[in-house]
Ligand binder design. Structure first.
Ligand code: ATP
Ligand code: MG
Length: 266
């Protein structure tokens, strides 16, 4: 179903529209079948979070914006899910934060890379790394197909933005000394746990906010940006994300119990 065909009256219209974008991405060869499963896992956590951007996510977004602006060589890694969900926002973010875009896929194929490149081009991308094998470099710390990176991009990057990332690759990038920023709805995933800055939010909500925050912080001094990054504590932020889910579920459990008439009438 196309996203425009989802009825606005449906109680879960937003979620269904996001799904429709991904299904469309799958149909045009941008998203892999594995990407659809990954989205399902994300959705489950979004349900628990309450499908809203939390205060702790906003704090992580601010630190991420500052970190991207501080990077000498910031690179935004593009996979099939983010290309299907937020291509315009990614291209915008590359412009506002002067970062490079690089296509880097877990389930790699020439066709999928080309399909993603086309989507990015359609929304205004001029230069995208990762496609030309002349510049391919292998990172031995990473075990999947994603070990192949672009010499001009991820290979030399100091700050990397890797939304919806796999744990192995995050670990490899951290081990290489890169500052890793991720967006992940699951605060317990290895990626969320290992990254330097984890935005626990849906990428669909987080990217527009990240763009707005980059625009707001663009004029700030290096010292003030550094101060924002230094004050941010990812472990504390993750703890708040888990506490948020905990509090919310406790509240829901109490409200559910209060509806009880005191025993089953049968
Ligand atoms: P890890 O490898 O980090 O332990 P995983 O194996 O559980 O994670 P992957 O498939 O490797 O999961 O990565 C996908 C991650 O992206 C999951 O943690 C999932 O919750 C998250 N995710 C999926 N869709 C979204 C979305 N729209 N916004 C934010 N996060 C998402
Ligand atoms: Mg994984």
């Amino acid at each position: 179903m196309h996203e425009n065909k989802v009825s606005l009256k449906h109680p879960r219209a937003t979620s269904l529209r996001i799904r429709a974008k991904l299904v469309h991405g799958f149909e045009i060869g941008v998203t892999s079948a594995f990407g659809l499963f990954a989205h399902g896992r994300g959705e489950a956590f979004d349900y628990l979070i309450g499908e809203n951007t939390t205060d702790n996510a906003k704090q992580a977004i601010k630190a991420a914006a500052a970190s991207l602006l501080l990077g000498q060589n910031s690179v935004l890694s593009v996979n099939g899910n983010v290309a299907a969900l937020v291509p315009e926002e990614l291209v915008k973010l590359a412009k506002t934060s002067k970062a490079k875009l690089e296509i880097n896929l877990y389930h790699r194929s020439k066709e999928r890379e080309e399909a993603i490149w086309k989507v990015l081009q359609d929304v205004g991308a001029k230069e995208v790394y990762g496609l030309d094998s002349k510049y391919h470099e292998t990172i031995p710390e990473i075990h999947s197909e994603r070990r192949i990176v672009d010499h001009r991009g991820l290979f030399i990057a100091d700050v990397v933005f890797v939304p919806l990332e796999d744990g192995d690759r995050t670990e490899g990038l951290v081990r290489l000394g890169k500052r890793v920023i991720t967006v992940d709805l699951n605060p317990l995933s290895r990626t969320a746990q290992m990254a330097g800055i984890t935005i626990v939010d849906n990428v669909v909500r987080a990217l527009p906010l990240l763009n707005a925050t980059v625009r707001k912080l663009r004029k700030e001094s290096v010292e003030s940006l550094q101060n924002i990054v230094d004050k941010f504590d990812n472990q504390q932020n993750l703890s708040q994300a888990i506490q948020h889910i905990n509090r919310r579920l406790n509240g829901l459990a109490k409200a559910q119990g209060a509806q009880s008439a005191g025993g089953n009438p049968e």
